[in-house]
Design a protein around this ligand. Structure first.
Ligand SMILES: Cc1cc2nc3c(=O)[nH]c(=O)nc-3n(C[C@H](O)[C@H](O)[C@H](O)COP(=O)(O)O)c2cc1C
Length: 316
């Protein structure tokens, strides 16, 4: 009998597949026609602020055919109070494993959201979005190690549940920010958010998105995500990594697990195929059975073992 269970610190997930923040509505409700939410390893909410955010002007999305999506949603969200009153009861009823993604325009706002959530239960962890490219200052917390340390250590002091930090790939050395989070006591590192990108409208002769620069996601960013997970796992092999970036199918998910992610999130793929996550869960089960693995966790980080056996000291 194969187990797909995976542990992120002390958070136990029934399988390693979650829906990514911002790609499943506020809290996954839109996916109920396709499968039961309790079948997933987990669902991550849209980033939630202390107040509702209106988001950016339109257009907010540009398709990059075959490669992915450029977005500039600007963190439109109904705010944490609305979430607690309208979505949390539904998620509890669904028996879904749930992670609340938190955002703030300042350190104080992050603290206010987590402080508000302290009074409620029904979610397993908090994911701090330290890395939104679509709002002013949105990347500050994951480009400056001191700011990252500060926000994580303050949130760790008040949160009743484990805290994960979602980091930006828009930085030279991801491990510097990862280290700041680890030093501050982070329980999981979520790698990666979107990559900065831009599109030009040939008719208006201007950038297509109103803020010009947007966040690029989908298949094309998979190698970037894998590289950052590789580097981070090498330095912090004991810190759980939640892998994300361009995952569309079981093979993609396997690459992330082998690279060192303890679980994965499905993002842009949800828009084209809302059943992508469920298909990946079935594919992982099949893979474990065919390879006679008793647990999917046996393969986490295995690519590093091969690396040390075949590459170190090799003449190649
Ligand atoms: C339309 C859209 C909205 C997103 N909104 C959020 C968000 O609110 N909070 C967040 O942390 N990440 C957000 N993301 C980033 C995704 O969760 C994910 O990190 C990124 O898209 C890379 O994964 P993917 O290539 O599988 O999509 C958003 C992505 C997209 C495409």
């Amino acid at each position: 009998m194969t187990s797909l269970n995976t542990l992120i610190g002390n958070v136990e997930l029934k399988n390693p597949v979650l829906l990514a923040s911002g790609t499943c509505g506020v809290a996954g409700r839109e996916f109920t026609p396709y499968f039961h939410l309790s079948e997933l390893g987990g669902i991550v909410s849209k980033s939630l602020g202390i107040k509702p955010w209106v988001g950016n002007p339109t257009p907010r999305v540009v398709e990059v055919p075959g490669c992915g999506l450029l977005n500039s949603i600007g963190l439109q969200n109904p705010g944490v109070e609305h979430f607690v009153n309208n979505e949390l009861p539904f998620l509890k009823e669904q028996k879904a494993t749930f992670i609340v993604n938190v955002v703030g325009e300042s350190l104080d706002e992050y603290i206010q959201v987590v402080d508000y959530l302290k009074n409620y239960s029904g979610f397993s962890a908090i994911e701090l979005n330290l890395s939104c490219p679509n709002v002013d200052g949105g990347l500050d917390f994951s480009q400056d190690p001191k700011k990252a340390f500060n926000v994580v250590s303050k949130i760790k002091k008040i949160s009743k549940v484990p805290v994960w930090a979602k980091l930006s790939p828009n930085i030279t050395d991801i491990t510097e920010i990862a280290k700041a989070c680890v030093d501050a006591g982070i329980d999981g590192l979520v790698l990666i958010n979107t990559v900065l990108g831009l599109a030009i409208n040939k008719w208006t002769k201007k950038p297509t998105l109103p803020r010009a620069v947007g966040g690029y996601s989908g298949s094309a960013i998979k190698p970037i995500a894998l590289r950052m997970i590789w580097q981070t796992y090498k330095k912090f092999p004991k810190v759980p990594i939640i892998g994300i970036g361009g995952i569309h199918n079981t093979d993609d998910a396997l690459e992330f697990l082998l690279c060192g992610a303890s679980c994965i999130q499905v993002g842009t793929a949800n828009f084209a195929n809302p059943k992508a996550s469920i298909e990946i869960i079935a594919g992982l089960k099949d893979y474990c059975e065919k390879n006679k693995l008793s647990s999917i966790s046996e393969i986490i980080g295995q690519a590093h073992e091969i690396d040390s056996k075949t590459l170190v000291g090799s003449k190649v």
